[in-house]
Design a protein around this ligand. Sequence first.
Ligand code: SAH
Ligand code: SF4
Ligand code: F3S
Length: 441
Amino acid sequence: MDQKRKLYIETYGCQMNFSDTQIVGSIMTDHDFETTGNIAEADLIFVNTCSIRDNAEKRVRARLQEFKRYKKQKPGLIIGVLGCMAERLKEQLISEEKMVDVIVGPDAYRDLPRLLNIAEGGQKAINVILSADETYADINPVRPDSNGVSAFISIMRGCENFCSYCVVPYTRGRERSRDPQTIVKEAEDLFSQGYREVTLLGQNVNSYKWDDGTGFAKLLERVALVNPLLRVRFATSHPKDLTDELLHTMAAHPNICRSIHLPVQSGSDRILKLMNRKYDSSWYRQRIEAIRRILPGCAISTDIITGFCSETEQDHQETLEMMKWAAYDYAFMFKYSERPDTLAHKKYKDDVPEAVKGTRLQEIIDLQQELSFRSNHADIGRTFEVLAESLSRKSGKELSGRNSQNKVVVFPRENYKPGDYVRVRVTACTPATLKGEAVAE
Ligand code: SAH
Ligand code: SF4
Ligand code: F3S
């Protein structure tokens, strides 16, 4: 009875982290583990962690406490912390959280089998070395939780923008791009397995570059040419680097989705400068105007941080003004959370009271709710091509998918199935979803 040992992985944080979990899954299945969704039967528990805000770390720490219980029941159980928290806290995490056996930073996943050997011998094992060139380009991700329709492809790692509030440059290290051949090959393989959508991932995809001169626009085009039936998305674009060339490439390929995530962070020039975002509000507006001109009908979403160091009511009003002007279709909105050792932590005071951050965040959320509803309402009566992804959660009688603008569209299932492109006429909406029915044609 030589049963394979079982690995359970839980993932927090951004899409890059979810993509990394698939790389870890691949490395571990090559080393005689199989993944399980049932934590109770695991021989090995990994948590792939995020450090972006304090509450992301708190959630992981609370989860680690719960894992103690499994360790009591199964003394040989090994617990590993992966990802950004592992990288940020290093051995400190082992001394603070005694149940942790293995600590592995985002560039050290190839070393996992060796680290596990050490842990199985009863010692703590750690590797948090960051790399200048690791991209895991040759590793074929294992996608156990996939819907079989839509997949992520990592195209680069790291970040060197050093926005003053952000921990990512410290947890993910130097920016590096992955060989375009391997990216295109992965997209081709996914298409032949039945996938119909890929999302190219990086912290700042616009600065993708390879030695043969391939920049992001060129890479995007090569992936779009894999097949007209393969939808291509990407995230995230930094406003300072969003070029007209990229927008023209998108315009030339209908299968590159009409949706751009362009994090603004703040509408105030003074705050943008303190954030070290390297653009001001007029540059940002002029980038939005370029999108509207070159890609009419393109959806625009954003990230906003409220309550950054020294933010005044006036700065806050400028953020609300920017939101109204840009009329975002969707937004992720956060209270500023000071991260140890970042530039902002060293140079500025986290001086906006928690209660004020709370009020401002609520105003931002309320406004976005209104903007999202207005954007969705304007779609009523329109017909979109929807890529069906899964049976709708609420009832098995409906399919759920997204249109090119990345809006979720729910419609009666009829004889359609995940992976189908369906023309759907929108008949109703909520702030979060469109509802409609399939139309012939
Ligand atoms: N690389 C991407 C975003 C990565 S993090 C980009 O630059 O657009 C995702 C979002 O988290 C950021 O856009 C920002 O809005 C938010 N964020 C990052 N650090 C934060 C912090 N210290 N406090 C609150 N929000 C933060
Ligand atoms: Fe963080 Fe800025 Fe890099 Fe985004 S671009 S990951 S916000 S440092
Ligand atoms: Fe979090 Fe690391 Fe991503 S800090 S947002 S998991 S890069």
